[in-house]
Design a protein around this ligand. Structure first.
Ligand SMILES: Nc1nc2c(c(=O)[nH]1)N=C([C@H](O)[C@@H](O)CO)CN2
Length: 117
């Protein structure tokens, strides 16, 4: 299996269990690893149509997460993994979502999940 990845993608979304978090968007840092059986065909053809266009994934997620609202990071990660598996041609995905600076002395908190078709 080969992997196409997006690291430390910062996106604005409404996420959190507290009313103050539900009122406004906050920055979430997201990393994705998308497993494909092989990138060899794109490596041979040099054609973007033969692979997952990571720019399209970022664009789609930015658009989607601009209008969603979830309580838990677990739910957000599940939503993202379902979208990626259904809309892009990958068989496996690892999604990491993190909030920044939520607590004194802690840089990032978050979840990492792996899902497959
Ligand atoms: N496992 C989780 N724990 C917590 C979450 C979460 O999404 N998953 N969220 C919160 C609050 O929204 C937090 O971000 C506010 O500091 C607390 N714990």
């Amino acid at each position: 299996m080969d992997i196409i990845f997006i690291d430390d993608f910062r996106v604005q979304t409404r996420i959190g269990i507290y009313p103050r978090e539900q009122a406004v968007s906050q920055t979430v840092e997201m990393s994705l690893q998308m497993g494909v059986s092989s990138t060899a065909s794109a490596g041979a053809s040099d054609d973007i149509r033969d692979t997952i266009d990571y720019a399209k994934v970022v664009e789609r997620l930015r658009e989607d997460l601009g209008s969603t609202q979830f309580g838990l990071l677990e739910k957000l990660a599940e939503h993202v993994s379902t979208l990626v598996l259904e809309e892009f041609r990958c068989a496996w995905v690892r999604v990491s979502v993190a909030k920044l600076g939520m607590m004194p002395g802690v840089r990032r908190v978050g979840v990492i999940i792996e899902r497959s078709t």
